[in-house]
Ligand binder design. Structure first.
Ligand code: GRF
Length: 190
């Protein structure tokens, strides 16, 4: 599998996927990272890992479709067959989805369909749920929707804050995202 990662922030999921590859747990390579925030930590991580990184700053594009067209060009150039969104904080359009049908994955820090959208961890705390978690799903047009590939649950403790719950969820993200990539690829071959 040749993976193209898309990220906007910290990049801990990029690191987890790279680690799983290095450990022989995921038969894949990260062909390219696309990021949109010039200062994002994920870019430094990619450099340390020797992963080619391409900055596509959304502010340089007049609309979402033209940003997506540049993303597609970058992904095709890198000969990517799966697109892995790992904290990509922009809404994608049908342009990108149509270019990689059923081959774009996203990870979200809640048990979807609960708490889609921004600040999912805060939403879960506010709702008072006692269990939350993370979801890997195939990307469809509506935000945080599409067929679910894998989920992991974590307890929510009475004294949790957004950072403590987020950290517990992220541990599970790092565990399941590499597994979910392998599973999605296997399912699409069947
Ligand atoms: C993750 O919590 C993911 O669920 C959300 O964005 C975050 C990315 O974290 N979509 P990182 O940049 O991989 O550390």
């Amino acid at each position: 599998l040749r993976l193209g990662l898309m990220a906007s922030g910290n990049g801990s999921n990029l690191a987890a996927i790279a680690n799983a590859i290095a450990a022989g747990q995921l038969n894949a390579s990260i062909a390219v990272l696309i990021y949109n925030q010039p200062e994002a930590r994920v870019a430094q991580r990619a450099e340390q890992l020797g992963i080619p990184a391409v900055l596509l700053d959304h502010r340089a594009f007049p609309n979402r479709e033209l940003l997506d067209a540049a993303i597609i060009q970058t992904l095709l150039q890198a000969e990517v067959d799966w697109v892995i969104m790992a904290g990509w904080m922009r809404r994608v359009t049908q342009v990108l989805i149509a270019a990689f049908p059923q081959r774009i994955l996203n990870i979200h820090p809640s048990l979807l369909p609960s708490f889609p959208g921004l600040r999912a961890v805060e939403q879960a705390l506010k709702a008072g749920v006692k269990i939350s978690g993370c979801t890997v799903h195939i990307v469809e047009l509506a935000v945080d929707s599409g067929p679910i590939i894998m989920q992991a649950a974590v307890p929510v403790w009475p004294n949790d804050t957004a950072p403590t719950l987020q950290a517990r969820i992220q541990q599970q993200e790092h565990r399941i995202y590499p597994q979910a990539i392998a599973l999605a690829a296997q399912q699409s071959d069947e």
